[in-house]
Design a protein around this ligand. Structure first.
Ligand SMILES: [Zn+2]
Length: 216
């Protein structure tokens, strides 16, 4: 989740969020990388939003913090809509990373999912802002997959794990590394529905769930 700030002078709609990482695999470096990955992916389309008949640039400003001393009380008691709390561990049940719903500010990430400029953090961040998976998960003939497509989506061969695999066979589904944020993803946020004169304008919701470490 995050907040939206309208800069009328420069015609910018800025989405701000703070990402706090805790857990045994969290680190200052990872906090920096995760925030940068989210920011870079969401700024990539250089998206625009029309407000009051003026095109506004949509700009994401994401800051990451390593929070080794974070407590359950901090997460449950938080009332600041800027703040997101993600537990990072090498092991996760079901081998997946997740956030606590569509419109949320907490989750649990498997470390391996976040390395090598992966799109996992950017995808999960989309969920926190209120975006769900698309309904149709067959993108054949439709080019680069959008950021909110889940694992298992059918794509054109260049976007598969193995371009030579048959669609739906082993290796024949979307490699999430190829997902990109498109203008359409920004459109789905419906940024025009808010009253941008009120403070704060909140995108997403509080889930405020503390996660304990998963064990094998
Ligand atoms: Zn998802």
């Amino acid at each position: 989740m995050g907040i939206i700030e309208l800069d009328t002078e420069r015609s910018i709609l800025r989405i701000l969020a703070h990402i706090y990482l805790y857990g045994d695999a969290a680190s200052p470096e990872l906090a920096r990388v995760v925030a940068e990955d989210i920011q870079d992916h969401w700024n990539e389309p250089r998206a625009k939003q029309r407000l009051n008949n003026i095109d506004h640039k949509v700009e994401f400003s994401i800051k990451g913090f390593y929070a080794p001393g974070l407590t359950e009380f901090d997460v449950l008691g938080n009332t600041d809509p800027l703040n997101n709390y993600f537990r990072i561990e090498e092991f996760a049940h079901g081998d997946i990373s997740f956030v606590d719903g569509v419109g949320s500010n907490t989750g649990y990430f498997k470390l391996a999912n976040l390395l090598n400029h992966s799109t996992t953090a950017a995808h999960e961040f989309g969920h926190t802002l209120g975006l769900d998976h698309p309904e149709v998960l067959d993108l054949r003939g439709r080019g680069t997959p959008g950021i909110m497509y889940p694992r298992g989506t059918l794509t054109d061969p260049p976007f598969q794990y193995d371009p030579s695999a048959a669609p739906g066979a082993v290796g024949g589904t979307m490699n999430p590394a190829f997902r990109k944020v498109h203008q359409e993803d920004i459109d789905l946020l419906q940024l025009e529905r808010f009253n941008h004169n009120q403070r704060p304008v909140v995108l997403g919701d509080f889930s405020s769930i503390w996660h304990d470490r998963h064990f094998q």
